[in-house]
Design a protein around this ligand. Structure first.
Ligand code: NAD
Length: 307
């Protein structure tokens, strides 16, 4: 068996970020500084880390960024007001509302209130519709990044059988549409799919977006396939560690030090059957922020008719 190729998401994300920085510089010469507003409600530690990274990366790439931090007790009306103000601001091109929101806030209403032109997460129904009908749209960051991984790694998509496990609005559905646009033959699987392995074994490109550790096992993979593993599952028990990573000394050291590690939706043994795969961590994950930055610059250009 050939050694599978590891698709290095960190390297590809760095490349995209360098391109975004260059674009930001070119726009600066025209007096335009793309701006991203991040709205972080309350004190969810994981959200705080994500948002901090997004703000820091914006600044590193020469984008303007503004962090807005309503309290945990904020109401839907107050949040709608925050969004309306951001919609109206000319220095803001992208609006990011970090999820999850406290339960008293109507998240759906809020996401629909974001101007589609500033919807850099690509979650607004208008952008979903535009994407679906092949019009210029802001595409959701993680799926858009997955396409970049394939293209920049010279993995053919047109005519290939792509199988997507998962049908979420954030990953499964949009990646299916993007793969279809690239002329793959796409099959979408989910929790009610019968005999999943018989479907996934047909995949030249297999996307795992399920949210279950090590779900995809070797017999589900066509030898030589490309696997994109979107899953981020934290495991902290020794038993689970051994189930996925027994004998992986480097990972074990990190696990012992930190008390946990991350495993994707694909069992490491299944990667051995593949021709190429995105590792976890360091595969799909890093693309999300890179594409958020790219979307912000794109939104700035679209809004000013510069595309
Ligand atoms: P989700 O929970 O919204 O959707 C999971 C999907 O998996 C559902 O559509 C469901 O039908 C399907 N599923 C569940 N059990 C199944 C089964 N037994 N067989 C077949 N399908 C099954 O999850 P999501 O938001 O799409 O996220 C999926 C994973 O990707 C999570 O681990 C999440 O943390 C990760 N994620 C990573 C990034 C990133 O890398 N930046 C971004 C978003 C999500």
């Amino acid at each position: 068996m050939m050694t599978p190729r590891i698709l290095d998401g960190n390297a590809i994300a760095a490349q995209i970020k360098a391109e975004v920085a260059a674009e930001a510089q070119a726009l600066a010469a025209k007096g335009v500084r793309p701006g991203l507003a991040a709205v972080l409600v309350g004190n969810v530690p994981a959200s705080e880390i994500y948002v901090r990274n997004k703000v820091r990366t914006s600044e590193q790439l020469g984008l303007y960024s503004d962090l807005i931090t309503p309290p945990e007790t904020v109401t839907t009306e107050e949040m709608l007001d925050v969004v309306a103000q951001l919609n109206a601001r000319d220095d803001i091109d992208g609006i990011l509302i970090q999820l999850p929101l406290p339960k008293q806030v109507n998240a759906k209403r809020l996401l629909e209130a974001v101007s589609p032109e500033k919807d850099v997460d690509g979650f607004h129904p208008v952008n979903v519709g535009r994407l679906q009908t092949g019009q210029p749209a802001l595409a959701p960051c993680t799926p858009a990044g997955m396409i970049e991984i394939l293209k920049r790694s010279d993995i053919p998509i047109a005519g290939q059988n792509a199988v997507v496990i998962g049908r979420s609005d954030i990953v499964g559905k949009p990646i299916s549409i993007l793969l279809l646009q690239e002329n793959a033959t796409v099959t979408i699987c989910h929790s009610k799919t019968r005999d999943l392995a018989s479907v996934t074994r047909n995949a030249d490109i297999l996307v795992a977006a399920i949210g279950r550790p090590g779900f995809v096992t070797p017999e589900m993979v066509k030898p030589g396939a490309t696997i994109l593993d979107v899953g981020i599952n934290r495991i902290s028990s020794r038993e689970e560690f051994d189930k996925y990573f027994a004998g992986d000394e480097k990972r074990e050291q990190a696990f012992l030090l930190k008390g946990s590690t991350i495993v994707g939706d694909v069992h490491p043994e299944a990667f051995k059957v593949a021709g190429a795969y995105t590792p976890v961590p360091g595969g799909v994950g890093p693309l999300t922020i890179a594409m958020l930055m790219a979307n912000t610059v794109r939104a700035a250009k679209l809004r000013r008719g510069l595309v």
